[in-house]
Design a protein around this ligand. Structure first.
Ligand SMILES: CC(C)(COP(=O)(O)OP(=O)(O)OC[C@H]1O[C@@H](n2cnc3c(N)ncnc32)[C@H](O)[C@@H]1OP(=O)(O)O)[C@@H](O)C(=O)NCCC(=O)NCCS
Length: 198
């Protein structure tokens, strides 16, 4: 999977790579989804069993195969010399996926993020999401990005603000809970391109 679309994205502190279909990524994703604080505003607000998180990871990997983009595991870079390093531990994800919530336009793509609790407050979500946004617009040439958030999730809404996303509408999510949809048009695409993509 080492073509341009699946190559890791590098930021100052992070390496963002496609999820792997292996035990290491399944363990890391299971740990992330087993933390009640992390899952508070996701789905029904419940933690996931290993079986549930593993089934989701399978779908993430399939999404990459089907669309050529998807969610990226976040790995901290080591060394401080600009080379990828660290111990390779996955500390969360950030990436883009076909949107599966009500109230979006056909073909809309969602940007999303989730971090291990001991990595919160370091600016990682913003740093990773900016790299993913820029790649989605410049390389994937997506017409626009949307993001979904539950109204109480102040941290996630702040990340959306910092990406330049704006509140588009409020409604209910797949689980019947209040949800806000934020959106951002690709500034590199003309209005005609965006219209054609709808
Ligand atoms: C939401 C989440 C990804 C934020 O990650 P993070 O790396 O801590 O975010 P950042 O450090 O980049 O912070 C971005 C901004 O949000 C603010 N912020 C972060 N958490 C916040 C909180 N709980 N309440 C208010 N503001 C918060 C930061 O102060 C920062 O704003 P600033 O630059 O003006 O100071 C992280 O809390 C998380 O993984 N939550 C659980 C999963 C989740 O809810 N995912 C999103 C679903 S929509």
């Amino acid at each position: 999977m080492a073509d341009a679309a699946t190559a890791p994205l590098l930021t100052e502190r992070l390496l963002l790579r496609p999820f792997h279909d292996d035990a290491g990524d399944r363990d890391a994703y299971a740990a992330l989804c087993a933390d009640a604080e992390v899952m508070r505003y996701i789905g029904m607000g419940e933690t996931l069993t290993r079986e549930q998180s593993s089934a989701q990871l399978t779908r993430f990997v399939e999404h990459w195969t089907q669309h050529g983009y998807g969610l990226r595991a976040i790995v901290e870079r080591g060394g401080g010399d600009g080379t990828p390093g660290g111990d390779g531990t996955v500390v969360g994800f950030v990436g883009v996926m076909r949107a599966g919530q009500p109230g979006v336009r056909a073909g809309d793509v969602e940007i999303g993020w989730r971090l291990a609790r001991d990595r919160w407050g370091r600016g990682y979500a913003t740093e990773g999401a900016r790299a993913v946004r820029d790649h989605a617009f410049a390389q994937l040439r997506l017409a626009r990005l949307v993001a979904f958030v539950r109204p109480g999730n102040a941290g996630s809404m702040r990340v959306m603000d910092k990406l330049g996303m704006r509140l588009e509408k409020e409604g209910l999510c797949n689980y019947g809970r209040p949800m806000r949809i934020y959106a951002l048009d690709n500034p590199l695409a003309s209005a005609t391109d965006r219209g054609a993509a709808r």
